[in-house]
Structures are given as structure tokens and as C-alpha cells.
Design a protein around this ligand. Structure first.
Ligand code: SF4
Length: 449
């Protein structure tokens, strides 16, 4: 029996977590054992993030820490987005890295480990092919999922074909490649059989699903097929919709399915047409107003999340004010914001990074303060109502979970008095509200229905 061990650090977004868990599955299947303590691992892996400056720094820091503590019998592999784009620089900046794996070569992990463990490697071993391998093939025999308790991320596509000027993802990941629908359905069934209650569909742009497979309205079709294929799976959540691509058919599925959650995550990035134009994003704000109106009128209790960038090059006070007024008017349930951080090689490069850091920080603080007040008011409107809550943990006599309004890690929590069972979805009467989180008590008469 293989007594070898690995320690894997996953950085960045949920899409990266899926790749990390896929690598872990391959290693586990080969007899490796996962360990929390890096000093006890034979193989050290960091699945890096290359999204923005601070994420890159964190990736390098984690790699350096592991490299500095590395023992003679250990190998260190840098994988993920940062290495896909800057593989040679990463190996140069972090002496001690033995293997470099591109983001779409995660399925080579066993091969790289075997090659590295076969004998001395004076130079790092690179697995960084230019051409992306399709993520839909099953040759790697790993599920494209990350499971945490009763919730699982399922990756439906990888890469992005949008032209957003600030974003390095297309440079890192290449264009969008969708997974075949049957392969996604098969994984959904397996996850259901494993006891998963919530399936979270992710991709860089989920609304683009199936375009490369010649499908029209691919995401709506996928959801129709999914709900038919796993009718007993409780929650299906869709993340990362692209403005302009939320179609009537998609709205229909969300409105009519009891499984597809009334939750829309649509990163808008800005609300002033000129800023959006410079961002190379859809700049038709009328479409946004109309679509949100349509969705709100057709999908009962819709929760809307979005993300914005403040301090984009050329953002005037007037442009920022338009964003501020828009947030005030729409009253999103959740808003995330980033201060613009310049990414070399992106289409925004000629614009530089001219908005001073203190202006960015001040605008960010103003926007978030506005949103906190809105979130609090919306949360307060739930007091006295009953929400289904997926229980995920416990702290003493308080169970901690999420409602349909809360995606893991980025949204709020519901703190539930008592010992509601972990992994179950329980009806909870909301008794208190904070800016992000809610508190409540289980509704006993409903629990055993
Ligand atoms: S939609 Fe735009 S921001 Fe999102 S991954 Fe694609 S290029 Fe980047």
C-alpha cells in the first residue's frame, strides 16, 4: 500500500477549489493520504491564484513558506492560475519549486509527482502546454467538483471568451470550454448519491455555457436537464452570470423550478456607461434595469448579488457618483467591491492605473458603507419570516447555516439557536438581523415533516 502523503493549499476562488479537489481525488485514488501538517507530507502542492496583485503576492508567500521549510524527501509543486501565466518567474522567484503545473493541466498531477519522485531534477519540471485541454473529457477520472459538507461546487465550463479590459483570466485560462452536458448530469447524480443537498454551478461565465458546443440558451437547457435528472436534489445555485445573457428561458427556469434557487449573482462591475465602455463590458444600463425589473416581477423573493470595481482608470467623481446612485436605487441584497488593481498584459494596460490609491480607498469605503445600510434594511425585512437554512456547522449551542440568499464564503450566515442537525435543511424563524447575517430559531413543527 502506498504510504505517501500530500499537503495541498488551495488559494483563490471556488473555481480553483474545484481544480484542487480534482487533484486531491487523483492522488487519493493512487493511494496517497492528505495531511494538514506540511512537515509530514511527501508532496507539497500550492494551487495558486493569479487574479489580482494581492492574490499573486499571497500565492508567492505561501510557496516561499513551504519552500523554506522543505525537507530533502519532499517535493514542492506550484499549480494553478499564477503558474499558468508566470510559470518560469514563479520558479525563479521561489527557489525550491520542483514542478510547475498549468491551470488546465491539473490532471497531470500524478504524472508530475511520479516523474519528480523518480530521481533528482536539477531544473523544475514544467507542465504548461499552450493549448488548453478540454475540461469535459473524463480521461482524468476525477470529478470536477469540490464538496464541503452538504454543498458542492460543480464546474460546468472553464476559461472565458469575454473581452473585459481589466481581466487576466482569458490570458490565463484561454477561451471558454464547456463540459458535455451528460458528464455534468452524471456528476450531479453522484453528488446527490453522496448526500449533497446544494449544487453550485460555477464557471467564469455560467451564462456562456454551451456556446462552444453550438448550444443556444445552454445554461437554461442545462438547468432543465439537471432538474429532471436529479429531482430530489434540494438546491441548485447558479453563480457568475454575465450582463446581457440572462435570457427569458433562463428566467423561466428560475421562476418555475422549486430546485433552482431564486438567487442571481451577476457581476456588473460598474454602472456608468462610459466606465463600462472603457472596461469593454456591456454598457447598456437600460438592459440591466429592465432585466432586474423583469426578474424581480417573475421570480418570487429573488436575492440579487453583484460585484463592482471602483477606481477604474479614468473613473471621474461623476462616474463614481452614478455607480453610487445606482446601488442606492437598485438595492441589491449583496454587493462585493474591489479597488481596481492593474494587471499587466490586459487590454487596460495603456490606461495605466491613474486613480490615486487614497481616492480608490475612499470611494470603496463610501460604496460599502451605503451597501451596509441597504443590506441591514433588507435583512431586517426578514425578521418574523421563515427561511429554509442548510445547517453547515455548530458553535456550542448555536447551529450555523445559510439560506437561499447566501452563497458560501461570500454572503451571510444564519445563526440558529439549538442543535439543528448538520447537513439538514431546516425551517428557521428569523428573529434578528445584522448587516450581513441573520439569527433565528428552528420551527419545530416543521422540522419532522
Ligand atoms: S467575464 Fe470578464 S471579468 Fe469575468 S472572467 Fe471573463 S473576462 Fe474576466
Amino acid at each position: 500500500m502506498n504510504k505517501q502523503t500530500f499537503h495541498l493549499v488551495s488559494l483563490g476562488c471556488a473555481k480553483n477549489t474545484v481544480d484542487s479537489d480534482s487533484m486531491a481525488q487523483l492522488l487519493l485514488r493512487d493511494g496517497y493520504r492528505a495531511v494538514d501538517d506540511p512537515s509530514r507530507a511527501h508532496v507539497l502542492i500550492v494551487n495558486t491564484c493569479g487574479f489580482i496583485g494581492p492574490a499573486k503576492e499571497e500565492s508567492l508567500r505561501v510557496l516561499r513558506e513551504l519552500a523554506e521549510g522543505k525537507k530533502r524527501n519532499q517535493i514542492l509543486i506550484a499549480a494553478g492560475c499564477l503558474t499558468q501565466r508566470y510559470g518560469a518567474e514563479v520558479a525563479e522567484k521561489v527557489p525550491g519549486v520542483d514542478g510547475v503545473l498549468g491551470t488546465r493541466r491539473w490532471m497531470d498531477i500524478l504524472q508530475v509527482v511520479r516523474e519528480l519522485r523518480n530521481g533528482p531534477h536539477p531544473e523544475p519540471l514544467y507542465h504548461l502546454p499552450e493549448e488548453a485541454k478540454t475540461v469535459g473529457t473524463d480521461e482524468h477520472e476525477a470529478m470536477r467538483v469540490s464538496v464541503a459538507g452538504a454543498s458542492a461546487y460543480l464546474k460546468i465550463a472553464d476559461g472565458c471568451r469575454r473581452p473585459c479590459a481589466f481581466c487576466a483570466i482569458p490570458l490565463i485560462k484561454g477561451t471558454a470550454v464547456s463540459r458535455p452536458i451528460e458528464s455534468i448530469l452524471e456528476e450531479a447524480r453522484r453528488l446527490r448519491d453522496m448526500g449533497v443537498r446544494e449544487l453550485i454551478l460555477i464557471a467564469q461565465d455560467t451564462t456562456d455555457y454551451g456556446h462552444d458546443l453550438g448550444m443556444k440558451d445552454g445554461l437554461a437547457i442545462l438547468l432543465e436537464r439537471l432538474t429532471a435528472s436529479v429531482p430530489d436534489l434540494d438546491w441548485i445555485r447558479v453563480m457568475y452570470a454575465y450582463p446581457g445573457y440572462v435570457t427569458d428561458r433562463l428566467i423561466d427556469v428560475m421562476a418555475s423550478s422549486r430546485q433552482v434557487l431564486p438567487y442571481l449573482d451577476m457581476p456588473l462591475q460598474h454602472a456608468h456607461p462610459k466606465t463600462l465602455y472603457r472596461m469593454r463590458r456591456p454598457s447598456n444600463i437600460d438592459w440591466v434595469y429592465k432585466t432586474l425589473d423583469k426578474m424581480r416581477s417573475r421570480i418570487a423573493n429573488l436575492a440579487i448579488r453583484t460585484t463592482f470595481i471602483v477606481g477604474y482608470p479614468g473613473e471621474t467623481e461623476e462616474e463614481f457618483q452614478a455607480l453610487y446612485d445606482f446601488v442606492k436605487e437598485i438595492r441589491f441584497d449583496r454587493v462585493g467591491a474591489f479597488q481596481f488593481s492593474f494587471e499587466p498584459g490586459t487590454a487596460s494596460e495603456p490606461l495605466g492605473d491613474p486613480v490615486p490609491a487614497e481616492v480608490k480607498a475612499e470611494r470603496y469605503a463610501r460604496l460599502m458603507e451605503l451597501q451596509q445600510g441597504i443590506s441591514l434594511q433588507i435583512n431586517q425585512s426578514y425578521v418574523g419570516k421563515t427561511l429554509d437554512v442548510l445547517i453547515e456547522g455548530r458553535d456550542k449551542e448555536i447551529a450555523i447555516g445559510r439560506s437561499y440568499r447566501d452563497a458560501p464564503e461570500i454572503d451571510g450566515l444564519v445563526f440558529v439557536e439549538g442543535n439543528a442537525p448538520i447537513g439538514e435543511i431546516v425551517p428557521v424563524k428569523i428573529t434578528g438581523a445584522m448587516a450581513y447575517d441573520l439569527t433565528g430559531v428552528p420551527v419545530p413543527s416543521l422540522i419532522n415533516l
